[in-house]
Design a protein around this ligand. Structure first.
Ligand SMILES: NC(=O)c1ccc[n+]([C@@H]2O[C@H](COP(=O)([O-])OP(=O)(O)OC[C@H]3O[C@@H](n4cnc5c(N)ncnc54)[C@H](OP(=O)(O)O)[C@@H]3O)[C@@H](O)[C@H]2O)c1
Length: 238
């Protein structure tokens, strides 16, 4: 595949390393200082664009790739209030788009486990559920996109919870997400069910960024010759 990397930071570089090793070619690299290269003509040199930048630039970048009629895989988190706008734009352009809050295959299995556990726990009101996420200090958004996905899955199954909040909470109707920022942690997510007598906990810990990068490339291969809007569930057949 010929790849345009929109965002050439920690994730862009991790993707380049794996892509090059598996015989793909990076034909365009865009960082905030090289934005003059980010043109429709240049994007069209690629068969697929992979966008990992920052919340404020993701929407504009995705639209530009859709304008160029190049399929886009996006991993930037923190812009989801505009997800419907992007869906409409993609449909209008008859384009191809895939967003995942987390590209790691392990996390997507963890999502499936989270849904299953939440459906079991929905019958047991004595357990109170909460989420904790830990990331490196340069992470711009909180809670993490992955924690939001986990929270939304839980809200779908546990009806006593009607919304999530990004702090500890005693309110029964709220699902608390605690965000911690420390050191170089690539990402730890824990779902905790506390009862007066015991605790059930499931945790996913990313050991490095390679899992995200190889998952993004897997997603890119999956959508490169397709039209429409996809998720990692489609890629992994979950
Ligand atoms: N979905 C997942 O699996 C997953 C996994 C890890 C991270 N993420 C998310 O991915 C995003 C990027 O993470 P990262 O760790 O790679 O961040 P990073 O190291 O800060 O890299 C961000 C890159 O985007 C560039 N950039 C900033 N503004 C831009 C713009 N307007 N147009 C083009 N490029 C621009 C930066 O350029 P300069 O260096 O020149 O400023 C830099 O190259 C974050 O939102 C993070 O939460 C998602």
């Amino acid at each position: 595949m010929k790849i345009a990397l929109i965002g050439y930071g920690k994730m862009g570089k991790a993707i380049e390393e794996i892509a090059t090793a598996q015989g793909d070619e990076v034909v365009l690299k865009i960082s905030s200082s090289g934005k003059n290269l980010f043109s429709i003509k240049n994007i069209q040199q690629a068969e697929i664009a992979i966008e990992f930048t920052k919340p404020e630039s993701a929407v504009e970048n995705i639209k530009m790739c859709l304008d160029a009629n190049v399929p886009v895989v996006c991993g930037t988190t923190g812009w989801l209030k505009q997800f419907d706008e992007i869906k409409d734009y993609c449909n209008q352009k008859k384009g191809t788009f895939l967003y995942a809050s987390n590209f790691s295959v392990g996390v997507n299995l963890f999502f499936a486990l989270n849904k299953y556990l939440a459906s079991l726990m929905s019958e047991h009101a004595e357990y109170n559920v909460s989420i904790e996420e830990v990331h490196h200090t340069q992470k711009k958004d909180a809670p993490s996109g992955t924690a939001i996905t986990l929270a939304e899955q839980i809200l779908e199954k546990i009806k006593i919870k009607t919304s999530w909040v990004n702090n500890e909470t005693d309110k029964q109707s709220e699902l608390g997400i605690i965000s911690k920022r420390t050191g170089e942690v690539p990402g730890i997510h824990t779902i905790k069910y506390n009862s007066p007598t015991d605790v059930i906990e499931i945790t996913h810990s990313a050991l490095n960024r390679k899992g995200f990068a190889s998952g993004a490339l897997l997603a890119a291969k999956f959508i490169v010759d397709k039209k429409g809007i996809f998720t990692m569930q489609d890629v992994l057949g979950l």
